[in-house]
Design a protein around this ligand. Structure first.
Ligand code: AMP
Ligand code: MN
Length: 199
């Protein structure tokens, strides 16, 4: 992958189609009170998906020129990838975090949104995702991100971060976990360091 940089919405919108393609993806999360093995706090349910190409990414995709806005394009992609549960979701400009701009392998402006749901909403989304048009095609399945580090120091978030991610998805995940305080800073830093050594 070529050089990637983060940008604000305003800056990102100066990169115009057809020279630049625009994509929108969203991180959906919900507070999650449960404990793994009755012990390890789960903290939050954070959704990602296994893509058709074997890489991890967030739901979303390219915005078409016919889409009235970025958010309309995102909404259309979410219906295709998450199925009927996407009707529960209203991702708006207020949920915008930032954009990642990359020139290679193609010129893409990847807009990134983060939205909090209730655990009940998130579970409904998970249940209905198997009815999505893209299920078993572009989307192999939704998954939750382990946010803890197990006693061996690798299992959990460090091992998860050692997977292969599409374009900026790994950076987007780490940034959102940090900005929205979904993982304590020291835990996140440690997970990133361990993942670097083990991959
Ligand atoms: P998609 O249709 O979901 O594959 O998204 C369209 C393009 O956006 C991909 O080909 C990637 O270049 C980029 N992309 C895909 N997923 C992500 C993601 N989670 N974060 C940032 N960019 C992505
Ligand atoms: Mn997609």
């Amino acid at each position: 992958m070529g050089e990637v940089r983060a940008a604000s919405r305003g800056e990102a919108l100066r990169f115009k189609p057809p020279d630049w393609k625009h994509a929108c993806h969203v991180l959906l999360y919900a507070p999650c009170p449960g404990r793994l093995f009755g012990k390890i706090p789960l903290r939050y349910a954070v959704l990602m998906q296994m893509r058709f190409d074997g890489r991890l990414g967030f739901p979303g995709g390219f915005v078409d020129p016919q889409d009235a806005s970025l958010e309309e394009g995102l909404s259309r992609e979410l219906h295709e990838e998450l199925g009927p549960g996407a009707a529960l979701l209203q991702v708006t400009e207020n949920d915008y975090l930032n954009a990642y701009i990359s020139e290679r392998p193609q010129r893409v402006v990847a807009h990134f949104y983060v939205k909090q749901l209730s655990l009940e909403e998130l579970r409904t989304l998970e249940e209905r995702a198997v009815q999505a048009k893209d299920h078993g095609l572009e989307v192999m399945g939704l998954l939750r991100v382990p946010l803890y580090i197990l006693r061996d120091g690798v299992g959990g978030l460090p091992a998860f971060l050692s997977n292969t991610f599409i374009s900026s998805a790994r950076d987007q995940l780490i940034q959102a976990l940090d900005v929205f305080q979904l993982v304590p800073k020291e835990t996140l830093q440690k997970a990133v360091n361990v993942a670097q050594k083990t991959s």
